[in-house]
Design a protein around this ligand. Structure first.
Ligand SMILES: [Cu+2]
Length: 151
């Protein structure tokens, strides 16, 4: 019984491993990082953001920072009150829910100058990724079903 439990635990980990492995870090602006004079809307346009991914804002602190804002604040470049910005220079923001997300730099008028990012986060189980994922799951379930009988 004990070894059965172990096999089940390993099975659960391996079945859900692809979800963890496929989650990716997305560095905002790629090698440019988070800075002035960069078009983050153009950058984000052909990117796919999914639940489980992590946005990474890289910049020279304290020259910039990162505030998560709502759509209106994004439009108007308003720093939200009571919302403490991220200031480490290597800020990681896990994307936990689907939908639109907005981020701005709160230093001086950087946002108005274009340091603002608007993205749409999609569900993880979309399109090809979902098919590969479920194929792997079926395979692993089959393997561990056999193992559980044998062990
Ligand atoms: Cu800035």
């Amino acid at each position: 019984m004990g070894s059965n439990k172990l096999v089940t635990s390993i099975a659960v980990v391996l079945i859900f491993l692809p979800a963890i492995a496929m989650a990716k870090d997305i560095t905002v602006g790629d090698d440019n990082g988070w800075k002035l004079n960069f078009d983050y809307q153009a950058w984000a346009k052909d990117k796919v953001f999914q639940v489980g991914d992590t946005l990474v804002f890289k910049y020279q602190a304290p020259n910039h920072n990162v505030y998560k804002v709502n759509g209106t604040e994004y439009q108007n470049c308003t720093k939200p009150t009571g919302n403490v910005g991220l200031t480490s220079g290597n800020d990681r923001i896990p994307l936990q829910t689907t939908g639109n997300k907005w981020y701005i730099c709160g230093v001086k008028d950087h946002c108005a100058q274009g340091m603002k990012l608007s993205i749409t986060v999609a569900d993880k189980s979309s399109a090809a990724r979902g098919i590969i994922f479920s194929g792997y799951q079926v395979f692993m379930v089959a393997i561990f079903a056999i193992l559980a009988i044998v062990v």
